[in-house]
Design a protein around this ligand. Sequence first.
Ligand SMILES: NC(=O)c1ccc[n+]([C@@H]2O[C@H](COP(=O)([O-])OP(=O)(O)OC[C@H]3O[C@@H](n4cnc5c(N)ncnc54)[C@H](OP(=O)(O)O)[C@@H]3O)[C@@H](O)[C@H]2O)c1
Length: 187
Amino acid sequence: MKKIVFISGATKGIGYKVAQQLASHNFTVLIGARNIQQGDAAVEKLRSDGADAHFIPIDVNDESSVKSAAEAITKQLGKVDVLINNAGVNYEFQLGTRPSMLSVDILKDTFGANFFGAFAIIHNFIPLLKQAGAARIINVSSTLGSLTSLSNPEHFFYGVNSLAYNSSKTAWFFSSCYAKLTIKVPS
Ligand SMILES: NC(=O)c1ccc[n+]([C@@H]2O[C@H](COP(=O)([O-])OP(=O)(O)OC[C@H]3O[C@@H](n4cnc5c(N)ncnc54)[C@H](OP(=O)(O)O)[C@@H]3O)[C@@H](O)[C@H]2O)c1
């Protein structure tokens, strides 16, 4: 049976590229996206290259949407072998925000997508992952989330102080630990 990968935020950028590459390795790819037009367009493009691709609507900020995505996959395919938590936002880069200019709303929205969203997907996809037998979870973090890199004066990113993005990505390292522990729980 073909391996199934679900990728959040997969209509463009890194997520789309990963979908293309895994499809070329015979994975069934589930394209998670909050924008229906973009989701349909990405799936159409992947299919035109021969991929077995399906669009799964999902807004990672909305747990009811995450639950619906898990239910749709349960009905259509019954398992997920690889979950890639790729969806992410970086409002500070877009706005050029310094910590002194950061609003509580931007901090909350960044954690909402980058950390709580990933957590919500893992939490709601556990039954699907257990169905796969030897599932894997990949959380796309960032060097900007690495305390080691940011503390090193020699490092390229030393002094990049995007508080919301960096700290939300550091938190993903902990969600990786959560995921590993969870998947070891027998079904
Ligand atoms: N690019 C880099 O250099 C770099 C480096 C290190 C880590 N990363 C990480 O890699 C991942 C992908 O980055 P990228 O550069 O490919 O970014 P991107 O092109 O902006 O793609 C991000 C994707 O996440 C989706 N997304 C955001 N919020 C969402 C939500 N609430 N629900 C569903 N989807 C949502 C976006 O959908 P919409 O189109 O609807 O907004 C988009 O498809 C991110 O987690 C990023 O932090 C990137």
